[in-house]
Design a protein around this ligand. Structure first.
Ligand code: FAD
Length: 465
């Protein structure tokens, strides 16, 4: 076996053949002579669920920024997906958004996302990746950990269990895309490196999901119904149109607050949401699957960008780097954007790769992390530091939504941020702040002015408590 040379670009190996791994492998295929993607699962040729990605049975959509980036990596993929039944949809005009106690006024936004089941999306991306002659897939392959050259401070490959038993696979670069249960922190420790510090926010999110037959008149012709909060607070519900005339409906809540898997409880939970569209689907559409549950205990961010020392020849990406509360639907988009950042880092070969990549990835992760954790900290039982600036932003976003009930341009702005096309600071631009103020003054004027005024001041008071 030849010894890999630091910085050489012969063989790159990706651990995990899910969305983060596939996107990373696509980028690596431009820069390395050979790319091998390893997965412990059997990877089906068609759009079938697999157990290595258990979240694949639950509501997934690809946000606008993620769709655009994926199209850059795989030109024509969107059209292929649509031909196979996926739906490209304006995520505002074609949607019902209820958030912070308000149903946002909808309008065309140009935020085109992809509505498709998770197995179908992954299956087509994998097929497109495998069209590249320098990429191969190794299934039923359990990765045991990296091999290491201590003289060079460099990862040199992986120890793997595959068919014939344990083997060493030499690599110039190993990318860990093995998901939220990544063992990189302990592998690094075994090699004599510090593990990354971890930001963790316990949310105990529970999902209960079921598929339904989608009829043309459902949900007033909308394709997305997304509800968060309302009364009772801290529940969420989402219905997404998918291929084959299906709805995927996921209902859930914090700390296990999802409905039990029976018709009566599911109907009652759907009826408790502050919009009627999901309850109508659940009560009237033909069920196409059993109920399925899922637990997401905590958002976890591993701060590799803060490590003073890191081995050459090794990277971590996707959920292995950061996995956030899925209620905001940002994980795949973030993973694809990290692959785009890797592409930029590989194209400008100045200095060690890992610090450059982790620093770029941290900037990508900042926005979805801020959105997810900011929303989570509104729940009184979620532990975490509630900074003054964070509370002020949450307070402002609540009032932005209230004005957004009448002014669709505010909802567009909010969704641009949620779709990772603009940073949260964009919501504070003077023109937006003026609209928020004017919109709320108009509302106050039209309703019981004094009582509402008191609640505005009361809300502001809670920020400073
Ligand atoms: C309920 C839920 C809903 C979600 N909804 C959305 C959504 O609407 N939109 C969105 O963008 N994101 C959503 N996400 C997030 C999204 O699923 C992930 O961010 C995305 O799958 C990227 O994950 P990944 O590729 O990093 O890891 P994963 O998808 O977890 O894949 C990891 C892969 O690594 C393999 N593997 C693991 N360990 C080993 C090993 N030792 N050896 C070999 N192979 C290994 C596994 O088999 C698997 O294939 C949701 C997540 C959840 C939980």
């Amino acid at each position: 076996m030849s010894r890999p040379m630091p910085g050489a670009r012969d063989h790159a190996v990706v651990v995990g053949g899910s969305m983060a791994g596939l996107a990373a492998a696509r980028v690596l295929a431009e820069h390395y002579a050979r790319v091998t993607v390893l997965d412990r699962d059997v990877l089906p040729a068609d759009a079938r669920f697999r157990k290595g990605v258990p979240q694949g049975l639950h509501a997934h959509a690809l946000l606008a920024r993620g769709r655009e980036a994926l199209e850059t990596l795989f030109p024509g993929l969107g059209a292929e997906l649509v031909a196979a039944g996926a739906i490209e949809s304006d995520l505002f005009a074609d949607s019902v958004w209820f958030n912070h106690g308000v149903r946002l006024a909808a309008a065309p936004s140009g935020l085109i996302g992809l509505l498709v089941s998770r197995p179908m999306l992954e299956g087509l991306v994998r097929r497109r990746l495998m069209e590249r002659r320098n990429v191969r897939l190794l299934e039923r392959c359990e990765v045991r950990g990296p091999t290491f050259d201590s003289r060079l401070d460099c990862v040199t490959g992986l120890e793997i269990d595959v068919g014939e038993g344990r083997q060493i696979l030499a690599a110039d670069l190993v990318v860990d895309a093995s998901g939220r249960f990544s063992r990189s922190p302990s592998w690094l420790q075994e090699l004599g490196f510090e593990p990354p510090s971890v930001d963790e926010v316990e949310v105990g999110i529970g999902y209960t999901t079921r598929l339904y037959r989608r009829r043309s008149g459902d949900a007033g012709g909308k394709r997305v119904v997304a509800v968060r909060g309302g009364a009772p607070r801290y529940r969420f519900g989402v219905a997404l149109a998918q291929e084959d005339d299906r709805w995927i409906v996921s209902l859930g809540g914090y700390f296990g607050g999802n409905p039990p898997a029976d018709q009566e409880s599911y109907d009652a939970f759907a009826r408790s949401l502050p919009v009627t569209e999901i309850a109508d689907i659940v009560a009237n559409a033909e069920p196409l699957s059993p109920f399925r549950g899922f637990r997401f205990p905590a958002s976890v961010r591993r701060r590799y960008e803060r490590l003073p020392r890191f081995p050459a020849g090794y990277l971590v990406t996707g959920d292995a780097l950061c996995s956030f509360n899925p209620a905001y639907g940002q994980g795949m988009a973030a993973a694809i954007l990290e692959a785009m950042a890797l592409r930029d880092c590989l194209a400008s070969a100045t200095g060690p790769l890992a610090p450059r990549f982790f620093s770029a990835a941290a900037k990508i992760v900042d926005t979805p992390w801020q959105i997810a954790v900011g929303g989570d900290l509104e729940h009184p039982l979620v532990k975490g530091e509630r900074t003054l600036s964070g509370r002020m932003l949450s307070w402002y976003i609540r009032w932005l939504h209230r004005a957004g009930a009448l002014d669709a341009s505010l909802g567009v702005r909010f969704l641009e941020v949620a779709n990772l096309l603009a940073p949260p600071a964009a919501l504070l631009a003077p023109a937006i702040a003026m609209k928020v103020l004017r919109g709320n003054l108009r509302r106050l004027h039209h309703t019981a002015g004094q009582a509402r005024g008191a609640s505005l001041l009361g809300g502001l008071g809670s920020v400073f408590r």
